[in-house]
Design a protein around this ligand. Structure first.
Ligand code: SAM
Ligand code: SF4
Length: 336
């Protein structure tokens, strides 16, 4: 096999999408994601920006066409703009088709222009509520005006914004339509995410917060005419169009198994662990081969060996009303 042959897993799925967590740290403490007193990884365990560049570039060399930068909060990683600027060369060469990020928006006021200059055309911003008090409660440390200013800065810099809202029963049920209408006015797409049994449950019982997207969708259907969109991203999102507004609404239901067969993605943590499936524990350490040699041969071999172990599907199950299949790692670790 040539060193640059594309990554194809045992189920004939081409791996073209890499999500990279660049830090486990965050300036927020969303209740469904982190405990308030999180212990973060020692800095020495983190991949340096140069190592992240080398790793991502290796994946791009192996056919990855879409890179999503996440965290933790990617924009709190010191020097992260250097990394975005470095990745631009892969966009310029045509090897990389899309460079994007998922962010809580708090630093967009500062970085939106630079991100756009690095070739970022679209971003996902997480925003569960437009109520300042509820926002402060759900994020613990976040402040809504700062995030709204950040979103405005992204729009002004010419980036398309997709809002991601976690659907939480008893929390933002009453904002389904106000958030949708705000997005329509601002020209943002909106995607709802079903809350996942990630990390430790702590004080917040996620089964209590669980709001089925089936219910959410039914409420849209009672108010608007919906048409299903064929558009698929290889991930757990399904899209509909609201005919009255022309708006695209996404639903991410990671607990269902209906997307695994088209899964085209893998996830890299900020310490260089490659997770082949969001719902399974199996991972490959890429930091060791990366640090062992300046030559990429061992790294590429480790990536290929990992992809050869990518499982067919994942293993969450809410059906017994327990948190079966619950993962012990946090979303901030694997990068949601
Ligand atoms: N800090 C950035 C942000 O909030 O967008 C990027 C990382 S965050 C882990 C990525 C996404 O995961 C966010 O949209 C967040 O709402 C989502 N997320 C975190 N914990 C989750 C959970 N338990 N269930 C579902 N989505 C979750
Ligand atoms: Fe931070 Fe994003 Fe997790 Fe919220 S969801 S605590 S913003 S990493």
């Amino acid at each position: 096999m040539s060193q640059h042959a594309p990554l194809i897993d045992p189920f004939a799925r081409a791996i073209s999408y890499l999500r990279v967590s660049v830090t486990d740290r965050c300036d927020f403490r969303c209740v469904y994601c982190m405990a308030e007193n999180m212990t973060f990884l020692p800095k020495a365990d983190l991949l340096t920006l140069e190592e992240l560049d080398r790793l991502c570039s290796a994946f791009v060399g192996l056919g990855v066409e879409k890179l999503r930068i996440t965290g933790g909060e990617p924009l709190v990683r010191k020097g992260i703009m250097t990394f975005f600027a470095a990745m631009k060369r892969h966009l310029d060469s045509g090897a990389l088709k899309e460079l994007t990020l998922t962010t809580n928006g708090s630093q967009l006021g500062k970085y939106a222009q630079e991100l756009a200059a690095c070739g970022v055309r679209r971003i996902n911003v997480s925003l569960d509520t437009l109520d300042p008090d509820k926002f402060a409660a759900i994020t613990r440390w976040g402040r809504l005006p700062q995030v709204l200013d950040g979103i405005a800065a992204a729009k002004a810099a010419g980036m398309r914004v997709k809002i991601n809202a976690v659907a939480l029963r008893g929390f933002n049920e009453d904002e389904q339509f106000s958030l949708t209408e705000w997005c329509a006015r601002e020209g943002h797409d909106l995607t709802w995410i079903e809350v996942m049994p990630m990390g430790d449950l702590g004080n917040e019982d996620r089964l209590d917060q669980y709001w089925s997207l089936r219910d959410l969708r039914a409420r849209y259907a009672a108010r608007y005419s919906l048409s299903d969109l064929a558009e698929r991203t290889g991930g757990p999102a399904r899209y509909v169009r609201i005919e009255q507004t022309g708006q695209k609404i996404g639903f991410i239901t990671p607990l269902t198994h209906n997307f695994c067969e088209s899964c085209n993605r893998v996830r890299l943590t900020c310490t260089g662990e490659l997770y082949m499936c969001l719902g399974q524990e199996d991972m490959a350490d890429l930091r060791a081969p990366l640090r062992a040699s300046p030559d990429d041969a061992a790294l590429v071999a480790a990536i290929r060996a990992a992809i050869a172990r990518k499982p067919k599907g994942h293993d969450f199950d809410y059906t017994r009303q327990t948190v079966a299949g619950q993962m012990t790692r946090h979303m901030s670790h694997t990068g949601g």
